[in-house]
Design a protein around this ligand. Structure first.
Ligand SMILES: [Ca+2]
Ligand SMILES: [Ca+2]
Ligand SMILES: [Ca+2]
Length: 338
């Protein structure tokens, strides 16, 4: 009997486990550009590889929908995995002339995952990545047999209006309270929104339901994007593929895959430092001990050797070097710069 009792307590506690900082995936960037130039970036704020397959999915809640009607709720099962402290970029693969307006090549090049191109695939595929400003998005996670919202962008069940107070053409969430009435500047249409670096977890249903209490003084149904996001103009794709987050600095002392790269000289005394990697390199980032990124280089060619010019702000400090290879291995090491 006692065992059963303890089991029931454990089950009850499991039901009330709330999200903790730096413990699971969240949305790190939302892109709603011209035509079909749309993207979503997901960030892994943990020191562990997270596998999407059979556990995570992306939902578009179209035009204020709260239902799971297959014509309205668009579902994209996520596949593959995401490395520690890395970002994962999803775009739609409308790449066939004549089918729909093609995604610009510059955006397409940023994709880690292309939502399947068949526009007629119904509730899955590219129609999930098809927001136009008045839709909500969520990342859901499966635990047991239940899907729960890990992070919600905008507000499920609310369709913001356009500047005329109508729903056609599509409106957007704005910078002016109560944010859904189409007054002020649009923030979720023809904009890129980047999650602020101090955000360490997603918005779940509980947090979403407090929007009205915390951001608008009691006015219900309001998503104020500026609470958690910074905005950039339409078709800004430069920050897709990486994310700066305070979760990162917590793990900065952990070396990872040290054999993947060689750094010389270390300590650095001259004007250059060379990184030689076993695998072709995709990106190199440098962080200071505050966790602030002070350098980033993305490589297109198949190169294993990267030379970094030492700048004044790197001098007399210990820096963290993070190298990501084209096959998505990550090496994190320290260097001393004199
Ligand atoms: Ca647009
Ligand atoms: Ca819409
Ligand atoms: Ca980003």
């Amino acid at each position: 009997m006692k065992k059963l009792y303890l089991f029931i307590i454990a089950l009850a506690l499991a039901g009330f486990v709330s999200a903790q900082d730096c413990s699971d995936l969240f949305i790190s960037e939302y892109v709603e550009g011209w035509n079909n130039n749309k993207a979503l970036e997901i960030y892994n704020p943990t020191p562990n590889i997270i596998t999407f397959t059979d556990t995570y999915r992306l939902i578009r809640w179209s035009n204020g929908s709260t239902t799971s009607d297959s014509d309205i709720q668009y579902v994209l099962p996520l596949v593959g995995d995401i490395q520690p402290y890395q970002a994962f970029v999803i775009i739609q693969d409308t790449n066939f002339p004549g089918q729909d307006t093609m995604v610009w090549a510059g955006l397409r090049a940023k994709a880690d995952y292309l939502a399947p191109a068949d526009y007629n695939a119904g509730t899955q595929g590219c129609r999930v990545v098809f927001w136009n400003g008045d839709d909500a998005i969520s990342i859901q996670k499966l635990s047991g047999t239940t899907w729960t919202d890990l992070d919600i962008f905008a507000e499920i069940g609310v369709r913001p209006l356009n500047w005329q107070g109508l729903t056609t053409p599509a409106g957007a969430w704005t910078d002016t309270p109560p944010y859904w009435r189409g007054e002020g500047a649009y923030l979720t249409q023809n904009q890129s929104l980047i999650r602020k670096s101090n955000i360490k977890q997603g918005i779940d249903r509980v947090a979403m339901n407090t929007y009205g209490n915390t951001t608008t003084g009691g006015f219900p149904d309001s998503f104020n994007a500026f609470v958690e996001y910074d905005s950039m103009p339409a078709n800004f794709f430069d920050s897709l593929g990486f994310h700066t987050c305070d979760c990162k600095s917590l793990s900065i002392n952990n070396r990872q895959n040290p054999d993947l790269i060689q750094i010389f000289p270390n300590p650095v005394t001259g004007n250059q430092v060379t990184i030689h990697a076993v695998e072709p390199v995709k990106s190199v980032e440098l962080y200071n001990m505050l966790g602030q990124r002070i350098y980033v280089m993305h490589l297109i060619a198949n190169t294993r050797e990267v030379v970094i010019d030492v700048t004044e702000d790197m001098r007399n400090s210990i820096l963290i070097v993070q190298v990501k290879t084209r096959n998505n291995l990550v090496s994190i090491q320290k260097i001393v710069v004199r």
